[in-house]
Ligand binder design. Structure first.
Ligand code: NDP
Length: 327
């Protein structure tokens, strides 16, 4: 038996609770990990509350990511004591996840934890921070340089947005942060934003094409915000779209793409190949300011995760939440 959150669904409804879980609940896998830290991402909020059908098998341990130490392995790539991090692959959705003391997974899903990070810091980064790095890599590979102009980050106070601001500013970009919480402007500036704008500037229906402003965009919001971001991106600029915090629709026209040569990159962290993950984690180790990461990290115990998951969906959580699995 081990402690964790278990989600069940039956005639009584959808239910998430901290409890002792039988080992038999764990799925097949060649590596068992003693989880030390997990975290709460937007998707974990959806899973814990049942607001979206993220969990597709029951009973399920939620948690789309974790960091910990290998306790058993029949995969020659991993040995007992190795420090590992896992993001995505359907963990916490179709395969038991990280919000429990023990996880059993396929060895090929694991990434060695960079020496620069503790398991707690790895989860302060979490899937949100790793996705922010994937967005930054997409803009970099497109060829956007700090001198090319402003880079917009939407959903700035969220997990992806906060880490994206810290990364981009460290790399020398001029970051404009868009937020619905202007009271947090000083915090966003401390993270590295040069300017903070109200998200209402981007969320109302706009023109198919507008005044050119952004060299690049990291968008976590989707919907009208993404459409407006594309419409105001500079000639041959790029937009990295990873989120839907404002909606799944995309009420845009092709004008920015065919008149300005704007490129829209879709960012997926869940099924990204191992080499992409390794590059992202190596770059996080090099480019993320740990002091800034610590400043956006809030710590909770496993028992608090269910309530905090609901608050996250309401946009009431700033930055990143790490979950201490042992308390
Ligand atoms: P958070 O909940 O931490 O942050 C989301 C932020 O979006 C909020 O803090 C808020 O920022 C803003 N926001 C919330 N509601 C709205 C709204 N109705 N309209 C406009 N802005 C809103 O989530 P994460 O940072 O973890 O994730 C952000 C998005 O990225 C989510 O949609 C998530 O599903 C997605 N994601 C995708 C991944 C992928 O692989 N593609 C991986 C990880 C996340 P503020 O208060 O500053 O306005």
């Amino acid at each position: 038996m081990f402690k964790g959150i278990l989600i069940t669904k039956d005639e009584a409804g959808y239910h998430a609770a901290v409890q002792q879980i039988d080992d038999a609940v764990l799925p097949a896998g060649d590596v068992t990990v003693r989880v030390e830290w997990s975290t709460l991402n937007y998707k974990d909020g959806l899973a814990l509350t049942g607001k979206s059908p993220v969990v597709r098998r029951f009973p399920m341990v939620p948690g789309i990511d974790f960091a910990g130490t290998v306790s058993e392995s029949s995969d020659p790539a991993w040995k007992v004591g190795d420090r590992v991090v896992l993001n995505g692959w359907g963990v916490g959705e179709t395969h038991c996840g990280g919000l429990a003391e023990v996880a059993r997974v396929r060895g090929e899903w694991l990434v060695p934890l960079p020496a620069a990070f503790t398991t707690r810091q790895a989860m302060a980064i979490g899937t949100a921070g790793y996705t922010a790095m994937l967005c930054v890599l997409a803009l970099e590979k497109h060829g956007i340089k700090p001198g090319d102009g402003e880079v917009l980050v939407t959903g700035a106070n969220g997990g992806v947005g906060s880490v994206a601001i810290a990364l981009l500013s460290r790399l020398g970009y001029t970051v404009v942060a868009s937020t619905g919480r202007p009271a947090e402007a000083e915090h966003l500036k401390a993270l590295g934003a040069a300017e903070v704008i109200d998200r209402s500037e981007l969320s109302a229906p706009g023109k198919p094409i507008g005044k050119e402003r952004w060299a690049g965009v990291v968008d976590t919001v989707g919907s009208q915000t993404l459409a407006n971001a594309c419409a105001t991106t500079k000639y041959r600029g790029a937009v990295a779209a990873c989120g839907l915090a404002g909606g799944m629709d995309f009420p845009a026209t092709v004008a920015p793409f065919i008149l300005r040569g704007v490129t829209l990159y879709g960012i997926d962290s869940v099924m990204a190949p191992l080499a992409v993950r390794q590059e992202a984690w190596a770059r996080l180790a090099r480019d993320l300011d740990i002091a800034k990461l610590d400043a956006i990290t809030n710590e909770i115990g496993l028992a608090e995760a269910i309530d905090v998951g609901a608050r996250l969906l309401e946009g009431k959580v700033r930055g990143r939440v790490v979950v201490d699995i042992r308390r």
